[in-house]
Ligand binder design. Structure first.
Ligand SMILES: [Zn+2]
Ligand SMILES: [Zn+2]
Length: 214
């Protein structure tokens, strides 16, 4: 089974999710955006072995703590898709813009592609490529426990902004419909900000894709 521990980090209250395989205690962390010392405490009290850092996209509030955590734990950073390299290359500028602690440029050990799988313990995450909020955004689907980790693609009652460089509203809509709404209604959605929701609830009520707001 999968245990998910959500820790909001940074002034943007970005949800950093620690995913622990309850059988083996192997774990991965998705989007350690900052507050690395806090995250280290969460990891320690979960009594798990962190094996990798996974990234949904290259925005600072999602990746700002990745390099420090990777060095501290001696593990790899995996993802996002190569399309977000320009965001990672711009990390010092992003830090300046948002008045965050200076984040250095880094390159993940591996970029991710649609359809790849990442296994930890007895659990497997399926990678889906979901451009729109950023051109290299990916999400992670854990089918055996029906959970998806969607970064800034979809929120409870809302969707990701598309007014940043490389954003594309039509592409975002397409990503949501083909990569998230194609999943069964009872899958739980873990967004990068705010509360969890389900695929069915968003399909029925999300104003963006039901067209109420055009
Ligand atoms: Zn973002
Ligand atoms: Zn975000």
């Amino acid at each position: 089974m999968l245990e998910v521990i959500t820790q909001p980090v940074t002034p943007f209250a970005q949800n950093s999710n620690l995913l622990v395989c309850q059988t083996t205690r192997q774990a991965v962390i998705i989007d350690p955006g900052g507050d690395v010392e806090k995250l280290m405490q969460v990891i320690e009290s979960a009594n798990c072995k962190l094996i990798a850092i996974l990234l949904t996209h290259g925005h600072l509030d999602h990746v700002g703590g990745a390099e420090q955590l990777a060095q501290h734990c001696n593990i790899d950073i995996v993802g996002p898709h190569l399309g977000d390299k320009f965001w990672l290359d711009a990390l010092p500028k992003q830090s300046e813009m948002f008045n965050f602690p200076m984040a250095e440029v880094f390159s993940p050990a591996k970029w991710l592609e649609e359809g790849e799988q990442f296994t930890f313990g007895e659990l497997t995450l399926e990678v889906r490529f979901t451009p729109g909020h950023t051109p290299g955004h990916v999400i992670f689907v854990e089918h055996s426990t029906k959970r998806i980790f969607v970064g800034d693609v979809l929120f409870k009652g809302s969707v990701g902004r598309t007014d940043f460089p490389g954003g594309n509203a039509a592409q975002l809509k397409q990503s949501i419909e083909s990569k998230i709404y194609s999943l069964p209604d009872d899958y739980t959605v873990f967004p990068g900000h705010g509360p969890t929701t389900t695929v069915g609830y968003e399909k029925q009520t999300n104003p963006f894709t039901s067209g109420r707001f055009g």
